[in-house]
Design a binder for this molecule. Structure first.
Ligand SMILES: C[S@@+](CC[C@H](N)C(=O)[O-])C[C@H]1O[C@@H](n2cnc3c(N)ncnc32)[C@H](O)[C@@H]1O
Length: 273
């Protein structure tokens, strides 16, 4: 495993382990204990070999988890029949927000999907409404993967991508947004977390500074852009962000770039098809 893969593995596990620490809602038919069962035995190990300090992530997750929970709850309440979780990792929402008539699609890399399938099978919970689909957003066409998985492009969908696109190359993020746009019937929504740097800086320089300062050249992160670039990316791929002037965000980290201290935010962007 490369160091970048080790970091991705750690972050994936930190996200799921961190969410277990919060009181969270669930649907009437949903399983509030699924999250804890899904992460059983996971440890979130740092590339150096020591355990990751989960508490450091709680400040980031505190606004992020409820934001995405509420989107799923609202979608289910308004009768959206499909929820597609892009880069789902060990996210428990498919079982936490189980609701008659709603199909959940959890997409992730093949080995994560295989492990999640084993974990779900071992749990004493209903999973007939969950479809797991293996994908590599770096090489695969998400639209084809969804079609093969049984996703219905004629019916509306909530697409969520929590803490995914920072790990993808900018060109792959573009393909992803275009791909899901092609599967998004009227009434569909796409929500994702976007890493944002202040306007006026070169994004390539920011990404390489993040890599040098925080990851000693391991290169796990690839897409950090100014807000304007994210908004333009949504727009040219058929996604309309309402209230584009209203920023919903959590401060992620701050680091020196070309001699100045640069804050990086995680912004929550939600758009309609
Ligand atoms: C930081 S984790 C977040 C997981 C989940 N969304 C959550 O909030 O718990 C990012 C997820 O994206 C997945 N991912 C990263 N690159 C991917 C790729 N090229 N193709 C498919 N999935 C990818 C990872 O495997 C991982 O599960």
């Amino acid at each position: 495993m490369t160091k970048a893969d080790q970091i991705l593995t750690m972050v994936r596990e930190v996200c799921a382990l961190g969410r277990v620490e919060f009181e969270r809602p669930h649907t009437a038919e949903g399983d509030p204990d699924a999250g804890r069962a899904l992460v059983e035995g996971l440890q979130a190990i740092e590339p150096g070999g020591g355990p990751s300090d989960i508490s450091l992530s709680l400040g980031l997750l505190a606004p992020r988890a409820p934001y995405f929970d509420q989107l799923v709850l609202d979608a289910v309440a308004t009768g959206i029949p499909q929820v597609v979780n892009l880069g789902a990792g060990y996210d428990d929402r498919a079982v936490r927000f189980r609701h008659s008539g709603v199909r959940f699609f959890d997409l992730d890399l093949p080995d994560i999907v295989a492990d999640k399938a084993r974990r779900l099978e071992a749990m004493d919970t209903e999973t007939a409404h969950v479809t797991l689909a293996a994908v590599d957003f770096g090489t695969d066409d998400v639209a084809e993967v969804l079609a093969r998985a049984g996703h219905d492009a004629q019916r509306p969908t909530l697409f969520i991508a929590e803490h995914l696109v920072l790990f993808l190359e900018p060109g792959d993020v573009e393909r992803l947004l275009a791909g899901v746009s092609g599967r998004a019937a009227r009434g569909s929504t796409l929500a994702l977390t976007a890493e944002v740097h202040p306007a006026g800086l070169d994004s390539g320089l920011v990404v390489s500074a993040v890599d040098d300062v925080m990851f000693a050249g391991a290169s796990p992160l690839h897409t950090i852009q100014p807000r304007e670039a994210w908004l333009a990316l949504f727009e040219r791929n058929g996604w309309r962000i309402e209230d584009a002037d209203e920023v919903t965000a959590v401060d992620h980290f701050e680091l020196p770039v070309a001699g100045q201290s640069v804050p990086i935010q995680t912004q929550f962007l939600t758009a309609t098809a």
